[in-house]
Design a protein around this ligand. Structure first.
Ligand SMILES: C[S@@+](CC[C@H](N)C(=O)[O-])C[C@H]1O[C@@H](n2cnc3c(N)ncnc32)[C@H](O)[C@@H]1O
Length: 208
C-alpha cells in the first residue's frame, strides 16, 4: 500500500503534548453528549485513538475509521494492550469507499480540514447515521494557513467558517445544530509569535 502523510508520522503522533491536550479537551466536550452503552458509533479519522479510546467505554461499539494504515496499526496495538473489546479499526476513505453500517453517533476530530470533498463526506455521514443519530465534528476555525506552515502537505482547508459549515449541515437534513469552542491551541507562527488557533465542536442531529 502507498504510504500517506499520516503513515509516516503515526509512530510519533502521541509524543506531542499539544496534541494530547487538544484530544483530551475534545473528548471532554464529546463526553457531554447523551452517550449511552447501547450506542453504535464511528469515529472518522481516528488516528491513534487519542479521542475515541477516551469514549469507547461509554458506547456499545466504536468503528475507528481512518485512511492511514500506519495510524490504524498504532490504535490496533493500543486495543490489544488495553484489552479493549468494543473498538474495531477500519481502513476507510469515504471519498471513494461506501459505509455499509448505520450508526447512532459519528464523530470526527481534526480530520475535516484534510478532506478534499467535504460535501461528499458530510453526505456519507448523513447516510450512515440512523434517524435521530448524532454528528459531532471538531476542527479548526478559519485561520490564515499558518497553523500547518511547517507541514502543509495534505491540508485541504484553512479551517472552517462556523456559519457556512452549519448551513451545509442543515441543508443535508440535520437539525439542532450547535457549536461551541472546544479548545484553543497556542502555537508559534513563522515570526516566533505565539498564535491562538481555536477549535470548534459542532453537533447536530439527523431528523427522526
Ligand atoms: C490531524 S489527524 C487527527 C487524528 C485524531 N482524530 C486525533 O485527534 O488525534 C487527521 C486524521 O485523519 C485521517 N485522514 C486524513 N484523510 C482522511 C480520509 N480521507 N479518510 C479518513 N481519514 C482520513 C488521517 O490519517 C489522520 O489520522
Amino acid at each position: 500500500m502507498v504510504e500517506n502523510r499520516f503513515d509516516t508520522v503515526a509512530t510519533d503522533w502521541d509524543k506531542d503534548k499539544r496534541r494530547l491536550e487538544l484530544a483530551n479537551a475534545i473528548s471532554a466536550h464529546l463526553a457531554l453528549l447523551p452517550l449511552h452503552v447501547g450506542m453504535r458509533a464511528m469515529e472518522y479519522g481516528c488516528g491513534t485513538g487519542l479521542v475515541g479510546l477516551n469514549l469507547a467505554n461509554r458506547l456499545a461499539s466504536l468503528v475507528a475509521a481512518d485512511s492511514s494504515s500506519g495510524m490504524l496499526e498504532i490504535i490496533k496495538a493500543k486495543i490489544v494492550e488495553m484489552g479493549i473489546k468494543n473498538v474495531f479499526p477500519c481502513l476507510l476513505d469515504l471519498h471513494h469507499d461506501d459505509c455499509d453500517q448505520d450508526f447512532d453517533l459519528i464523530f470526527s476530530a481534526m480530520t475535516l480540514h484534510h478532506l478534499s470533498d467535504i460535501d461528499v463526506i458530510l453526505l456519507k455521514f448523513f447516510q450512515c447515521l440512523k434517524p435521530g443519530g448524532i454528528l459531532a465534528i471538531a476542527d479548526l476555525d478559519e485561520e490564515d494557513g499558518s497553523f500547518h506552515q511547517d507541514n502543509p502537505e495534505g491540508v485541504m482547508h484553512r479551517g472552517f467558517n462556523r456559519e457556512k459549515l452549519a448551513g451545509d449541515i442543515r441543508k443535508l437534513g440535520f437539525f439542532s445544530v450547535q457549536v461551541s469552542t472546544a479548545h484553543t491551541i497556542l502555537k508559534k507562527n513563522s515570526k516566533g509569535a505565539e498564535m491562538p488557533y481555536s477549535v470548534f465542536l459542532m453537533t447536530a442531529m439527523k431528523e427522526k
